[in-house]
Design a protein around this ligand. Structure first.
Ligand SMILES: Nc1ncnc2c1ncn2[C@@H]1O[C@H](COP(=O)(O)OP(=O)(O)OP(=O)(O)O)[C@@H](O)[C@H]1O
Length: 397
């Protein structure tokens, strides 16, 4: 079961989860396929335990360039168990490879799963999982860039995320916690981005059977509060439209530096209501015109896309073409280069009369919309993502 709402980007998991002890470098773990792995230094800490550099067992110590990491946690903890099931079902290397071939995608940012097992030490049992080793996370990059990403980069990240989400959705899962701190660059290629942390991933369609829409007051606001979907705020199990809605909030934050409800994240009801008001308010602001600033040519297509119902499959291809036309309007191409430049203004603005980046404040408290819509042009990429993919046919349909 997913933990309750995390406060923000780098929040830690609830204290009731047990923390794994630190293993010394050189500890050897054997997976269920009888393959042995050696641990190196820890490279990260989750809410429950540590993530170590790792390699296949050999005489050599595990160095800084290790190709794998191993996540270890006490065996009774739930989140790694859920995450492991996602990786075992959907992230086997040959499955990813086949998908990339059939879908003709050059890169798919889902870390590959290499093995898992149980390890005993000092009378305690630990669960572990071996996945690809990655590099820096995008939250760090976002901060280094002065909390604003260039528009070209936001559009490219949107494209990469659509590929990832389509893959995981087609394999019966939703992620439910997309955010910069859960996006990591490859260790070897700074132009490849990966979605990590499947601790909240939810199997929305086990064996192809979709879950029914059901609000549950006991499960309200799961996820990371500023980004979580309106469905999640209402205690409804995560679905595909929610992942796209969350992505759209991330894109808005990357473009504009902040979300309209960031001033009061400790109040989940306020955040939920702001999201509902904001989507409705922004939708009535002539969003298609503003979207044109970012995605000229895409707006028409986008307006023909109906809002998604709870069980609906998003039109990934339409969304991709919207983002592609946004790049075109910036006289840019999806060249596969992720350029993290500070200030967010690196890409030329298509309409010089309108600023290329969003100011940090100026949201109407009543409607949740931007007070000067023209200046907030970037916002509407997110809004249109919501309309096209996330959908606002709440509570149901
Ligand atoms: N594949 C990886 N390669 C390198 N470092 C990683 C990898 N996966 C995770 N890390 C590092 O470990 C940290 C924690 O990872 P992760 O978010 O998956 O753990 P978690 O327990 O789910 O965390 P949280 O409870 O905060 O959600 C990350 O912030 C990152 O620094």
């Amino acid at each position: 079961m997913p933990p309750k709402a995390k406060a923000t980007g780098r929040a830690r998991a609830p204290a009731k989860r047990k923390l794994a002890e630190e293993f010394p470098p050189g500890e050897v773990l054997t997976d269920t396929g009888k393959k042995s792995w050696k641990l190196g230094a820890p490279v990260g800490q989750g809410g429950f335990g540590l993530i170590y550099l790792a390699d296949q067992n050999s005489d050599k110590p595990v160095g800084k360039e290790a190709p794998y990491v191993i996540k270890v946690e006490p065996s009774e903890n739930g989140p790694l168990f859920s995450e492991l099931h996602f990786y075992m079902r959907a992230a086997k290397p040959d499955l990813i490879q086949t998908w990339m071939k059939t879908q003709k995608v050059k890169h798919l940012g889902v870390p590959r799963y290499w093995g898992s097992g149980l390890h005993e030490k000092g009378g305690k049992r630990y669960r572990f999982m071996v996945i690809d080793r990655l590099g820096t996370d995008l939250q760090k990059k976002f901060e280094e860039c002065g909390k604003r990403f260039p528009r070209k980069l936001v559009l490219q990240l949107g494209l990469r995320l659509l590929d990832i989400l389509e893959f995981i959705h087609e394999h019966e899962y939703v992620h439910a916690d997309v955010k910069a701190s859960n996006l990591m660059l490859s260790h070897s290629d700074p132009n490849q981005v990966y979605l990590v942390d499947y601790g909240l991933a939810y199997r929305y369609a086990p064996d192809g059977v979709l879950k029914e829409y059901k609000e549950d007051p006991k499960k309200c606001h799961d996820g990371t509060i500023e980004f979580t979907s309106i469905d999640a705020h209402k205690g409804v199990a995560p679905c595909r439209r929610g992942d796209l809605e969350i992505l759209s909030y991330c894109m808005v934050q990357w473009l504009c530096g902040r979300l309209p409800w960031e001033d009061k994240l400790q109040d989940p009801v306020y955040v939920r209501d702001s999201k509902i008001r904001w989507s409705a308010g922004a939708a009535s602001l002539g969003a298609s015109q503003m979207w044109t600033d970012l995605c000229s040519g895409g707006s028409k297509q986008l307006l023909s896309v109906k809002s998604l119902g709870y069980k609906d499959k998003p039109r990934y291809e339409t969304l991709r073409s919207v983002l592609q036309s946004g790049l075109k309007s910036l006289q840019q191409k999806d060249d596969g280069q992720l350029e993290f430049t500070a200030g967010g203004g690196a890409a030329p603005a298509p309409a010089p009369a309108k600023v290329s980046t969003c100011p940090p404040a100026g949201f109407n408290a009543e409607t949740g919309a931007a007070e000067n819509p023209a200046r907030f042009s970037g916002l509407h990429s997110g809004v249109e993502m919501l309309k096209a993919g996330g959908g606002y046919m709440h509570p149901q349909s």
